[in-house]
Design a protein. Structure first.
Length: 235
């Protein structure tokens, strides 16, 4: 899955807790003037991410906390050349990264929203571009015993207010214990300036068509929450 809420699938929406190989991340671009990666910048970014990332109540009736519920900070899910996924620390230039999972009675798997605030738009764009490249490169992926197949870029949801949107769809074909599954998922990722928002939605009782409007609605809600949080924070 994509390296975002990929993991591109589970991570993208949230890794970082498990041991695994790591890769070096390139440094973010340098800028003149005061440093943007300061304790004050990180605190502001963290406060912003907390206002945007969604709770079960934000999803609607019937949703409860997943397990684990929150990763703060969330690491990054990466996919190697062999299409094997692993967790690593967030890249240089990440000021805040928070993911939260929810569940309901329609699915045995948790759905996730994630918010990442970077030091500049270029680093945020590189994150989304990397996730998109992984989707194109690995149509099947594995993470320990978990497997996904039929991974592909999908039609982008109609979401306003974002500068960049990518869509991934696929199917989980093996669970964490290696048992066979057939659970479709939708992963939508959007960027506005230096901030990336993502939603990963699973469904175990219906096809992927039922997921698209639900996930698209969540991504639009994340965009609106981001706009409101930016406006409240002021210049």
């Amino acid at each position: 899955m994509a390296a975002a809420l990929g993991v591109g699938l589970v991570a993208l929406l949230g890794g970082g807790d498990d041991d695994g190989p790591t890769t070096a991340n390139p440094p973010g671009p340098t800028t003149s003037g005061p440093p943007v990666d300061s304790s004050a910048a990180r605190a502001a970014a963290h406060a912003l991410a907390l206002r945007v990332v969604m709770t079960p109540e934000d999803w609607g009736a019937g949703y409860t906390r997943g397990d684990p519920y929150e990763r703060d900070p969330a690491g990054e899910y990466e996919v190697g050349k062999d299409c094997q996924g692993f967790d690593q620390a967030a890249r240089s230039g990440t000021l805040a990264a928070i993911s939260r999972t929810v569940r309901n009675d329609r699915s045995a798997l948790d759905s996730t929203t994630e918010v990442r605030v970077f030091s500049d738009p270029a680093t945020a764009k590189a994150f989304v571009d990397g996730a998109e490249d992984t989707t194109r490169r690995c149509t099947t992926q594995r993470y320990a015993k978990t497997r996904w197949s039929s991974i592909h870029q999908a039609t982008e949801p109609e979401v306003v207010g974002l500068e960049q949107v990518m869509a991934e769809e696929g199917t989980q074909t093996a669970a964490a214990d290696g048992g066979r599954t057939d659970f479709p998922y939708v992963l939508y990722t959007g960027r506005k300036g230096d901030t990336v928002v993502s939603v990963l939605a699973y469904e175990t009782r219906a096809g992927v068509a039922a997921l698209r409007p639900r996930a698209g609605g969540v991504l639009q809600k994340l965009q609106r929450r981001l706009e409101d949080a930016r406006a409240s924070a002021g210049p």
